[in-house]
Design a protein. Structure first.
Length: 189
């Protein structure tokens, strides 16, 4: 019984990835181009996430500033710290950091696997800084979708289980990293 439940986790994850592959390929290409445009114009990518999504934001910043699968110069990416000292809640810490570090031409890459209720406020702060936004989200995000501008991109993984959304977000991060490297370096080996 336990083995079947474990196998079901794999099957459910694989099914979700197959279901979203076609629908997300175009917005992923647009998002990757947005990131390349920002970086090559001297802007930075600020990554952010609340709760366990903060780890995804840190991971993505390390892929950009370090490397993905090919050696290349580091790209200007900063993971914002939702646990910054002196703030009543993580969302307030992120808002302050977006205000402090975000400049026109920069891009906010926001991970929102679980609805936190703070996404709308973070988007508004980024827009006030004249930043574009890419949001990697899950299913329960209807309350802030109206905050997205035409220049923003949402990469939505429609699933009710947080674990499946988080798994897909890791793959989306890899897809973005690969697409950025392809555009900057050409096809690797």
């Amino acid at each position: 019984m336990l083995e079947q439940r474990i196998q079901q986790q794999f099957f459910e994850s694989a099914d979700l990835l197959y279901q979203v592959a076609e629908g997300l390929s175009r917005p992923l290409a647009v998002a990757a181009q947005m990131m390349v445009d920002a970086l090559t114009a001297g802007g930075r990518v600020l990554t952010a996430g609340l709760g366990t999504s903060a780890a995804d934001a840190t991971y993505m910043a390390s892929l950009l500033s370090g490397r993905f699968e090919q050696e290349r110069p580091g790209l200007a990416a900063i993971a914002l710290d939702a646990q910054a000292q002196g703030y009543a809640d993580p969302a307030s810490a992120l808002m302050r950091q977006i205000q402090t570090f975000g400049h026109p031409g920069d891009l906010l890459l926001l991970y929102e696997a679980q609805a936190s209720g703070a996404a709308a406020a973070l988007l508004q702060v980024a827009h006030a800084q004249e930043m574009s936004v890419i949001v990697l989200s899950g299913t329960q995000d209807d309350d802030w979708r109206g905050t997205l501008l035409d220049t923003d991109v949402q990469l939505r993984v429609p699933h009710s289980r947080f674990a499946r959304v988080a798994e897909a977000h890791r793959l989306l991060s890899h897809c973005l990293s690969d697409a950025i490297d392809l555009q900057l370096l050409g096809a690797g080996e």
